[in-house]
Design a binder for this molecule. Structure first.
Ligand SMILES: [Zn+2]
Length: 86
């Protein structure tokens, strides 16, 4: 990750611990992924309970790299004073 934006030179780490709040965005993504996995399983398959548990954890783990990066980008756009395409 660059330390500052190559286009507008805005800092990607404005203060220590800046990305701590992205945790809450990532949490929301994880809940949304789990609800989506549950809904697909419930509507299409309706498997045994233990399969729901395994599928929800597997879905959250598989999407965690995307959730991690997307939540940090959104946090930076919302609170880092950095605008897209600027
Ligand atoms: Zn920029």
């Amino acid at each position: 990750m660059h330390s500052e934006c190559p286009v507008c030179n805005a800092s990607f780490n404005p203060e220590p611990g800046f990305y701590f709040g992205a945790l809450f965005v990532s949490y929301a993504f994880t809940v949304a992924i789990m609800v989506a996995v549950w809904l697909v399983l419930y509507v299409l398959v309706n498997p045994a309970d233990w399969i729901y548990g395994v599928a929800l954890v597997a879905g959250a783990v598989l999407f965690s790299p995307i959730s991690f990066r997307l939540s940090r980008v959104l946090w930076l756009y919302w609170f880092g004073g950095h605008k897209p395409n600027s």
